[in-house]
Design a protein around this ligand. Structure first.
Ligand SMILES: [Zn+2]
Length: 463
């Protein structure tokens, strides 16, 4: 039987409309001409309106930007600059700012980054969310939003506005704490689509399975963190739904891109953002299709324009046309950015990422989340996995050796986790060399999620 044709990404006609293209389909040359013009305007605007870019771009006139490749002559903006020189990025008066987002810093200074938006900047995000909902839902569908929404202008609030504008019905829940409560909401509200952090949505699906709730949804959209392939597969299996992936960051104005029905990379929000991929060492643009660091320039932002902002994310542009038929650029899905070296203090060894652990541990039945901590010592380091499981809930008949404790001797689940860790080459290699010890603890019967950072990371503990 012939497969039904994929729906072309709704971003294409949306972007075509925004740049006043001659038709609903977008030609790459038209988009490039629009972006070049917007880059010139942004450089002009930023260098006249705020002290940071006035100083940084003083030797560059917007007219010197004759092609998109000339942008590579401009300096980058780093995360540290955004953090340390914050108010100097402002391009409007404080009165015109309607929302300030404070991002906790992963650096050592403790100074947070702050990103400022005008009301118009926020509406650009709502526009993007409205368009993105076209992938996810049909008008009238009820969409559960598992993101913070209470503060006006917060991501969940803007997303809910976009969903409403599309004609679907947002159900504002917020981040999941109690799994039973979230599941009750999902069924009582007759939800068709769910939007949330990958691990939160995954935990909800596994919890529903454990308590015998059989569900069928239209779609799920996973946002704000890297998306393990095993989580996508499990959500499809449990909820019979299509799973979309979203790429974004607060600095981008929240939305950056979203995949289409082909599920092969994010189509980008190219009327509002210009993306580059660069070699992180040399700072030179990567060749088409080559991997590197994602860098973006805002094209329509008023409150705090950013020029050549280095995201710290690593990916590459996919060069082949998308199976949905769109010629818009596509960014390959991201893996987690944090990488930690296993092995002892004096001789750091194989790199390990949270993405590797996710792909190994989440397929183990019953697991809904885990924390990973590496403690370095002389001669050997120790990796501790603190896993959480829905096995052992009151109505679950899985055999659980005690609760809320590290069972001894090893429980079947602990053994399964240990075996799964052995499939990670970096861990296997270090363990065989006697340079790594692994400790596994399991908490059973978990029915609530702890508040966690959006991006899960391996924690490094002191020796
Ligand atoms: Zn596509």
């Amino acid at each position: 039987m012939k497969e039904p044709a994929l729906k072309r990404t709704p971003l294409e006609s949306w972007i075509a409309g925004k740049i006043a293209s001659s038709g609903a389909l977008l030609h790459p040359d038209e988009l490039a001409a629009y972006q070049l013009q917007k880059l010139r305007e942004t450089i002009e605007y930023a260098s006249h309106r705020g002290p940071f870019y006035r100083e940084k771009l003083r030797e560059f006139a917007p007219a010197e930007l004759k092609s998109l490749s000339d942008l590579a002559r401009l300096p980058f903006t780093s995360c540290e600059e955004l953090r340390d020189e914050n108010p100097r990025f402002l391009a409007v008066s404080q009165d015109e700012i309607s929302r300030v987002v404070t991002l906790s810093s992963s650096g050592t200074t403790g100074t947070p980054k702050r990103v400022f938006f005008t009301a118009d900047d926020q509406q650009l995000a709502v526009d993007f969310f409205q368009c993105g909902t076209g992938n996810l839902a049909a008008p009238g569908d009820r969409v559960l939003v598992l993101l913070p929404w209470e503060t006006p202008g917060s991501v969940g609030d803007l997303l809910a506005q976009g969903i409403s504008r599309f004609g679907a019905v947002p159900i504002r829940h917020g981040m999941i704490c109690g799994l039973a409560e979230a599941l009750e909401r999902l069924t009582a509200e007759k939800i068709r689509s769910v939007i949330g952090l990958p691990v939160q949505v995954f935990a909800l699906a596994r919890y529903a399975e454990a308590v015998g709730a059989s569900l069928r949804l239209r779609s799920v959209a996973l946002v704000s963190d890297h998306v393990p392939a095993c989580i996508v597969a499990e959500l499809k299996r449990l909820w019979h739904c299509e799973v979309f992936q979203h790429y974004g960051a607060t600095e981008m104005g929240l939305g950056g891109g979203v995949d289409c029905q082909a599920h092969a990379g994010y189509h980008l929000r190219e009327a509002d953002l210009y993306f580059e991929i660069i070699d992180p060492e040399s700072g030179q643009p990567s060749l088409p299709g080559e991997p590197g660091e994602v860098v973006f320039t805002t094209l329509t932002r008023r409150g705090m324009p950013l020029i050549r902002y280095r995201t710290g994310d690593f990916s590459r542009m996919l060069t082949a046309p998308c199976a949905c038929g769109s010629l818009l650029h596509r960014l390959q899905p991201l893996k987690s950015r944090d990488s930690i070296r296993l092995g002892p203090l004096e001789a750091p060894g194989s790199p390990l990422t949270m993405a590797m652990l996710d792909e190994a541990l989440f397929p183990v039945p019953g697991v809904i989340d885990f924390e990973a901590t590496l403690r370095r010592g002389q001669g050997q380091s120790t990796l501790t996995i603190a896993a959480q499981s829905v096995h052992g809930l009151p109505n679950d008949d899985a055999v659980v050796p005690g609760s809320d404790a590290i069972p001894s001797p090893a429980s079947p689940l602990e053994q399964a986790l240990r075996e799964a860790l052995g499939s990670v080459d970096a861990i296997d290699c270090e363990r065989r060399a006697g340079r790594l010890a692994v400790h596994i603890g399991v908490r059973y019967g978990v029915d609530a999620l702890q508040p966690r950072a959006e991006k899960r990371m391996i924690t490094e503990a002191g020796p």
